[in-house]
Design a protein around this ligand. Structure first.
Ligand code: ZN
Length: 331
């Protein structure tokens, strides 16, 4: 099980992100619950997100919450509570449609609606965007830049996934990439395998892979000199979410695998490392509390991991960020 001691994550650190959507917004439910039916679904996102906030607060961890605009309109108090607790509010768009399924003008409308509403609620600039189901595509980036985002976090440099989008210019081993004009792509973590990787940043993989192995993977990423970027959804800690008839077996598996264990795993992971919001990775190691020294049990149990031999981690060398990391003041 996880060490009860928070591990030092060095000057790069680990970023925690939570995609704030409800159980019925997922792609798994897309075929059986239409957008028009969302209004009649049981809203569980507020209680699940509040539970996550408690877990984060118990470890003094800070995170980025990529909030779906639809959820923000239903739960404005929740958004204000997250922001007041010192976490970063970012955008998960408004309607949770795949970016590559939209026309550019539809995408612009979706992100502007979400960004403006979140900024009105919190009084703070919304700097980050995450595409629903990581469905980012090249034409969307200039639009994100134009409407005032500082970063996108919608790329998983994995081998293959039937839903993930793609972005040009990504570089395996460099999870934070400058796309020009101060705009960055912050990739969700993978364990590198050639030019692509095994997803090691959350979602169903976090629920499926044995926790001790997951923990060792996170340590491997951090100790190889790269930041770690994790993501999770509030509905993943909710085994009591409604069961819906008619789901395909694959979608049922993706939605429900290990839901009962997920809150405990999440709490263990939060307690195991020092976490910062994604914006602190963009701003550099001196931003926020990202570089703060924390206690460490000194144990290097990862050294006993069978896959770590001489030179393990060298494949990650070369730095994690391209140029142009600079501080930006919140407005
Ligand atoms: Zn989502």
């Amino acid at each position: 099980m996880a060490s009860m001691t928070t591990e030092r994550t060095g000057s790069l650190g680990a970023a925690m992100s939570i995609d704030v959507e409800d159980w019925f917004h997922t792609d798994n439910m897309r075929g059986v619950i239409a957008c028009e039916a969302w209004e009649s679904c049981e809203l569980r996102v507020e209680r699940n997100t509040m539970r996550m906030l408690e877990i984060l607060q118990s470890s003094n961890a800070r995170a980025t919450f990529f909030v779906l605009g639809w959820v923000a309109e239903k739960c404005p108090r929740l958004v204000r509570t997250i922001s007041a607790a010192g976490h970063e509010i970012a955008s998960h768009g408004y309607g949770h449609q795949h970016v590559y399924s939209l026309q550019p003008r539809e995408f612009r409308s979706d992100v502007v609606r979400s960004k403006r509403y979140l900024e009105d609620l919190t009084g703070k600039a919304v700097r980050g965007y995450r595409a629903p189901s990581f469905s980012i595509t090249d034409w969307a980036i200039p639009i994100l830049q134009d409407v005032g985002f500082d970063y996108d976090s919608s790329v998983v440099q994995t081998i293959a996934h039937d839903r993930y989008g793609r972005l040009s210019g990504m570089h395996a081993g460099r999870p934070i990439i400058s796309l020009g004009d101060g705009f960055h792509e912050v990739c969700v973590s993978c364990i590198r395998l050639g030019e692509r990787g095994i997803p090691w940043g959350g979602g169903g993989y976090f629920r499926l892979i044995p926790y001790p192995l997951w923990l060792q993977g996170v340590r491997m990423i951090l100790r190889s000199g790269m930041p770690y970027i994790f993501y999770i959804h509030p509905w993943e800690i909710d085994p009591g979410q409604p069961r819906v008839a008619g789901l395909k077996a694959t979608n049922l598996f993706r939605q429900r695998v290990n839901l009962r264990r997920c809150e405990g795993r999440f709490a263990a992971l939060v307690g195991a490392f020092e976490w910062m919001p994604v914006c602190d990775l963009i701003d550099g190691p001196n931003a926020g509390r990202g570089a703060a020294e924390v206690r460490d049990d000194g144990a290097d149990d990862f050294a006993e991991h069978p896959s770590r031999g001489d030179g393990a981690g060298r494949e990650f060398s070369g730095g994690w960020a391209d140029v142009d990391c600079r501080s930006r003041a919140q407005v």
